[in-house]
Design a binder for this molecule. Structure first.
Ligand code: ADP
Ligand SMILES: Nc1ncnc2c1ncn2[C@H]1C[C@H](O)[C@@H](COP(=O)(O)O)O1
Length: 226
């Protein structure tokens, strides 16, 4: 029996992996997609025309970068919709708006008018048929020190030169954001409790939880519809 059937995870599920930079989303996305034979939707880091520039000058490039990420995320959302699900998505669109764009605005790196333009673009995109909420958002969390050590270990040049206060501010925003998030069911996973890079670690305990959450949320949704 394959793992999808074993844990009763529907083949059309859409699972989003959320969490701060460096916490392990891409690694988890890869591991889950392999285990479940799902497609992946990754964020565009290599080839992103604004990311390096943004890290060098937040104020100059915040708006451009947010619009770019929004457009990329929307195209991915449309692709997921057209395939009819069966995807693991590396980061949610909710984080673009609820963490990054908001942080840029509140820290004075995006003007009132740019933020308003961004928000109205976001609202217009969300109000389309391409935007069903995911079945589940897996939130990866861990201590700040653990996350910083992962950012260092990964070694992306632009992130190494970013002041630690930026990561600290983001870390606290994420804590607040997830405590108020209610667009879809959330499974919180602490990164101290698993190590996907260790070949002796099984992903099955996570799959078991994913199965329970999705079945529960689908039953809940069908009760609301009937
Ligand atoms: N479960 C894990 N155990 C140990 N190291 C991990 C784990 N997940 C990710 N890492 C390491 O942490 C760093 C950041 O992971 P990544 O998946 O790129 O994070 P994100 O996509 O959230 O930015 C990488 O160097 C990766 O190899
Ligand atoms: N919406 C965003 N605004 C600014 N920066 C962003 C946004 N989404 C992702 N990023 C940055 C953060 C990292 O440097 C890279 C990739 O994110 P990661 O969490 O490592 O997958 O892009």
């Amino acid at each position: 029996m394959n793992l999808r059937d074993k844990y009763q995870i529907p083949a059309d599920s859409v699972i989003t992996i959320a969490g701060t930079v460096g916490v392990g989303k891409s690694t988890m996305t890869q591991a889950l997609s392999q285990a479940l034979d799902f497609r992946t939707s990754f964020e565009k880091v290599d080839g992103n025309p604004y990311l390096d520039k943004f890290y060098a000058d937040f104020e100059r490039w915040s708006f451009h970068l947010q619009v770019y990420f929004l457009a990329e995320r929307f195209k991915e959302q449309k692709r997921i919709f057209e395939y009819g699900g069966g995807f693991i998505q590396d980061r949610s669109i909710y984080e673009d708006t609820g963490i990054f764009a908001r942080m840029a605005y509140e820290e004075g790196n995006m003007s009132d008018v740019d933020y308003e333009t961004y928000r109205s673009l976001f609202d217009a995109m969300v109000m389309t048929p391409y935007f069903p909420h995911p079945d589940l958002l897996i939130y990866l969390e861990g201590s700040f020190d653990h996350i910083i050590s992962r950012i260092k270990q990964r070694g992306r040049e632009m992130e190494q030169q970013t002041p630690i206060s930026y990561w600290e501010g983001m870390f606290h925003r994420y804590e607040k954001w997830i405590n108020n998030f209610n667009a879809c069911p959330v499974l919180r996973v602490n990164i101290a409790d698993y190590d996907l890079l260790d070949p002796n670690t099984s992903i099955e305990p996570i799959l078991e939880k994913v199965g329970h959450f999705i079945q529960h949320s689908r039953k809940w949704t069908s009760r609301q519809l009937n």
